[in-house]
Design a protein. Structure first.
Length: 203
């Protein structure tokens, strides 16, 4: 009886967490990801190289939290993306550097980062999901390779290049003939004598 009550209590706790928005679908999966300090260092080094200026000292999330560095980064990649960067003010005002329609998140989406790879403001500002922030910045680094005007440092592996091939009508017809030969000849093949499916086989 005690075990049942404990199980019931655990379910209530989980439901309450889900209701509060802490454990939702993909966010729940992402929250289980472990942080990778090596990747975080690589991202900070990349940002520093792109900006051409030394980043302030501190932890990964603290350096990025107010959105100032992130806005500078997207402005370097796509000049004029963020018109005004809020460098001082309340937490709410600084948070706007990331989430407003004319700020970082909107700018990187416009630049080409897929919506599903863009972190939520709370992931960074409230430290709910720092690995998602890392994933997003790697995606941004990857997308720079699609922009021919960008010739700065690369983040992550080089993207594979599209290798289009064209075939003549003659080549296509020849390949169809080979396919037919490979399939073999099965004219006259049947299942006669096998009996119906499920029938008992008599020896």
């Amino acid at each position: 009886m005690v075990a049942c009550n404990l199980t019931h209590c655990r379910r209530i706790v989980i439901l309450r967490r889900e209701e509060s928005g802490k454990l939702r679908g993909e966010e729940r999966k992402r929250s289980l990801w472990a942080r990778n300090k090596e990747q975080e260092t690589e991202i900070l080094d990349w940002i520093q190289a792109v900006l051409g200026e030394k980043l302030p000292p501190g932890n990964y999330e603290d350096i990025l939290k107010d959105g100032v560095i992130l806005c500078k980064l997207i402005n370097k990649l796509a000049p004029g993306s963020v018109k005004k960067i809020q460098s001082k003010g309340t937490n709410f005002q600084l948070m706007e550097n990331v989430q407003r329609h004319d700020k970082f998140q909107a700018a990187i989406k416009e630049y080409g980062v897929p919506q599903e790879e863009i972190f939520q403001t709370a992931d960074l500002f409230e430290r709910r999901n720092i690995p998602q922030v890392t994933l997003c910045l790697y995606a941004l680094g990857r997308i720079t390779q699609k922009h021919p005007e960008y010739n700065g440092p690369r983040l992550g592996p080089k993207m594979s290049e599209e290798n289009k091939r064209t075939f003549t009508e003659e080549q296509l017809r020849a390949s169809e003939g080979q396919l037919n030969l490979q399939m073999g000849f099965n004219k006259g093949a049947s299942q006669a004598g096998h009996g119906g499916f499920g029938n008992t086989r008599h020896m």
